[in-house]
Design a protein around this ligand. Structure first.
Ligand SMILES: [Cu+2]
Length: 171
């Protein structure tokens, strides 16, 4: 009897924990879907795709003014933990705008291209040649933006995108 009750209790706890974490993820995803597109509708990769991937941000457009990086991120999703983003952009010269890469601290600053609390991960010279790498090491939203011209590149140049890497073993 005691064992049976204990077992039942354990099952209830597990169910509650699973329900709580599932609804938490679901509501987070619901909010997130407005940023990153059809989060819940992405195809589940199979086991042969288990290795980490490298993405050149913007593809052959690299990191430049006027390319829609939100669309790029949606089209290249899903991203997983330990996937690598490669940022490529020319160092300052006579013919191209300088660019840079910052991480914005939250969704609000991302929406507003507010760089005040941003953390620089690539300065204007960092994207030359083969570019620089950024590995998505944590299960968290990452908000990337160009920091040049006081947020104008982010706002008007569409040089921003958000990524929330998935945990591979869940899929
Ligand atoms: Cu820029």
């Amino acid at each position: 009897m005691g064992v049976k009750c204990g077992g039942a209790f354990l099952v209830v706890v597990v169910v509650v924990v699973v329900a709580a974490s599932t609804s938490g993820i679901a509501s987070a995803n619901k909010e997130w879907s407005s940023v990153a597109g059809n989060w819940n509708k992405r195809p589940r990769p199979n086991a042969t795709e288990a290795a980490s991937k490298r993405f050149t941000v913007g593809g052959d457009q690299h990191w430049r003014f006027g390319f829609n990086y939100t669309s790029w991120a949606v089209n290249n999703a899903p991203f997983f933990l330990n996937d690598t983003l490669v940022f490529k952009y020319d160092p300052p010269n006579d013919t191209t705008f300088p660019h840079s890469v910052y991480l914005l601290p939250d969704y609000r600053s991302f929406q507003n291209c507010d760089l005040r609390r941003a953390r620089k991960i690539g300065d204007v010279g960092a994207g030359g040649g083969d570019g620089f790498e950024f590995v998505l090491r944590r299960w968290q939203p990452y908000y990337f933006a160009c920091g040049e011209h006081g947020g104008i590149h982010c706002k008007d140049g569409l040089m921003k995108f958000a990524v929330w890497p998935l945990i591979r073993w869940l899929y």
